[in-house]
Design a protein around this ligand. Sequence first.
Ligand code: SF4
Length: 423
Amino acid sequence: MRVYLESLGCKLNQSEVETLAHQFAAAGHELVTSAEAADLCVLNTCTVTHVAARKSRQATHRLRRLNPHARLVVTGCYAELANEPFDADLVVGNADKHRLLDLIQPATSFQQPAPDIRSLLPRTRAFVKIQDGCDNACTYCIVRVARGPQRSRPRDEILAEIRARIAEGYKEIVLTGVHVGAYGKDATGTQQGDLHSLITDILTNTAVSRLRLSSIEPWDLSPEFFTLWQDHRLCRHLHLPLQSGCDATLQRMGRRYTTDTFAQIVAAAREAIPGVAITTDLIVGFPGESDEEFATSYEFVARMAFARLHVFPYSARPGTPAATAPDQVPPAVKKARARQMIALGQRLSVAFQQAFVGQTLEVLWEHRRNTSRGYTWSGLTDNYIRVISTSEADLTNTLLPARLIAVTPGGMRGIVSNSAPAP
Ligand code: SF4
């Protein structure tokens, strides 16, 4: 079969689609980059906000319209929880996603040699899932409903997957999950060791060039955890979802920290990991968020000097406690607060990058654009700074240092060895 795979939403979804791509390729199927060319389309959906759910629904229509003859298989969180009919030939729940290939074609053999699928996947960064599900109860969250309880993936399986991705040429491995800090803490008592020991194992027993954590809950971190960064292959990037910078709002959200404890973690991280980028997610307009609460949150966010903000206007997800909480915030107010917070995020991001002007940092170069001044390359530093530089050389998937010379709207301008600065 010719198979087209598409993913919406989080990095976990992306890692699952990459795993499916390897499974389909290993079973002898051909991966294609357009739905029109496919016999089978697989869509991994998202429902974290109502916008994500709408995009997922629209994507099923789009794929069907693009290729009415292809079989359409829909999986992921939207497929799991949708309370409206949508067009698909097969719906696969999250719990069965790992055996999706068997469900489509029970007789598929996995014994055939795997064709090289690198040309169909981004080659620099591979997302590897280490756990699924979550045992917390944040009052706005539908993901824990869609994904079920926390389950850790066996450690030897994770290491084998990482070694396979490294052998394929990937330079950076990103560990993903719904709640990665809960790794090894399954209610069923999985004996996998915790996240600290998993990371130590990966750094010690694989040839990984760069290892990144996708997102980690603040309550899972301790000062001892930061000793891991003595190994410079661990990227100086912590994505700590704050959600609100006001204690009263955090309490209604069911989050397990206060702004004080969050600030202590950030201070400890900055002391242990110089140059660390601390990025975050924020929900604005959560039920009951008054103007004062929002102002408190805004001030705290400014004080934390995040390197990047992902701002989401609160989206009521049916089936969560917050969806029926009193004092829902009007859409216009949510929008105005989101605009304010996004503008703050842009200022903080520029300030973070300014601190690196004149420094030389290693960049993992990803892709190039052909411009009037030659090839413009784009890549990421370990501390999540986008760098652009011109070079006639092929930098694809190389780790090369660049001197950062200026902050621009598209990222920092840099000079990579033997190259001119980007225009
Ligand atoms: S920690 Fe909270 S927000 Fe994150 S998945 Fe679990 S319940 Fe949802």
